[in-house]
Design a protein around this ligand. Structure first.
Ligand SMILES: NC(=O)c1ccc[n+]([C@@H]2O[C@H](COP(=O)([O-])OP(=O)(O)OC[C@H]3O[C@@H](n4cnc5c(N)ncnc54)[C@H](OP(=O)(O)O)[C@@H]3O)[C@@H](O)[C@H]2O)c1
Length: 285
């Protein structure tokens, strides 16, 4: 019988795993940062040894993209050392290991097509650098890990663009949203389902996991407001006007065909998943 060990409890993705595993009566343990700090090697090894899981899923991460420009030491500790510690533990207890990376490993300079797994990486901010080094740290320990690169993750909770957009529009007469930043909104429910299917098939390696189709942040914002029935003017602007500490890739949309063909599945478009999510959680916005 599978026993799943989840880090980063109460994050968006970990929440979704908990919902899925509870609903499907799968045995799991999920720990938050105060119960298990993934940067603490001794505590990671001992805790995981005690639990003796068959699968370790790392949902913990340092995700504050702008803050990471200053706090890069913390970002690197959580996003590089953390997954490394977990990968070592997975080997020690013979568990499968799943980790998540990001589209920000790319610089956004590819203009002719979506990014595929074998494209060259070149992160342009500290967060992206830490996520790339995290991938490498894991594969240096074990080649049998499974890593998915995600982008613009949304699910239940407050740390995502949908929730933030709803709050911004409550306090302003119009919104300015970047129309020159492109990627793919990616739904936590889909990520959990594809991860579980991949584990069933013992898939290992590095894959891009996103919803299908891509958009600018401006298009995403317009779509969300339309589906919520909110009539607010959204002004398209260049992301440069926000003067954010971290540079973002202009185009970081990734191609999900590799994992789709391995699992013989189709992944819904981002529009389908955003609409589904908004209907499901309308009461909580
Ligand atoms: N969110 C996105 O748009 C996005 C885009 C691309 C890739 N990803 C990747 O997708 C994965 C899941 O992201 P998510 O959106 O679910 O992230 P999230 O909501 O920010 O959750 C991350 C969780 O990790 C916890 N954490 C931070 N440092 C930790 C530590 N040292 N030990 C244990 N837990 C720690 C956080 O706790 P605190 O809240 O208390 O800090 C938080 O609960 C991550 O690998 C992320 O890098 C996310």
């Amino acid at each position: 019988m599978k026993k799943i060990f989840i880090t980063g409890r109460y994050g968006q993705l970990a929440n979704e795993f908990e919902r899925y595993l509870t609903k499907n009566s799968i045995d799991y343990i999920a720990l938050e940062i105060n119960e298990l700090d993934i940067t603490n090697f001794k505590s990671v090894v001992e805790t995981i040894k005690d639990c003796s899981p068959s699968v370790i899923i790392n949902c913990a991460a340092y995700n504050l993209v702008d803050q990471a420009e200053q706090d890069y030491l913390i970002a690197h500790k959580v996003n590089v050392l953390g997954p490394r510690n977990l990968a070592i533990s997975s080997l020690e207890c013979g568990a499968a290991f799943v980790h998540y990376s990001s589209d920000y490993v790319f610089d956004g300079a590819k203009i002719d097509d979506l990014y595929i797994e074998t494209d060259s990486v070149n992160p342009i901010n500290e967060y992206g650098k830490s996520k790339l080094l995290g991938e490498k740290a894991v594969f240096d320990i074990t080649s049998s890990a499974l890593i998915f690169r995600l982008s613009w993750v949304f699910g239940e909770g407050k740390q995502n663009f949908i929730y933030k957009l709803i709050k911004w529009q409550e306090n302003s007469s119009f919104l300015k949203i970047a129309c020159d930043e492109f990627s793919i909104p990616t739904y936590t429910e889909m990520v959990v389902e594809v991860t579980m299917k991949s584990l069933e098939k013992s898939i290992t390696g590095l894959y891009h996991l996103t919803n299908t189709d891509y958009c600018s942040r401006y298009e995403w914002a317009r779509f969300i407001l339309k589906k919520l029935g909110i009539n607010k003017h959204v002004h398209p602007v260049s992301m440069s006007i926000f003067n954010l500490p971290a540079k973002r890739p202009a185009f970081s949309a990734m191609n999900n065909e590799e994992i789709c063909s391995l699992l013989n599945i189709q992944i819904p478009t981002w529009q389908e998943s955003v609409e589904f999510h908004i209907k499901k959680y309308l009461h909580s916005f």
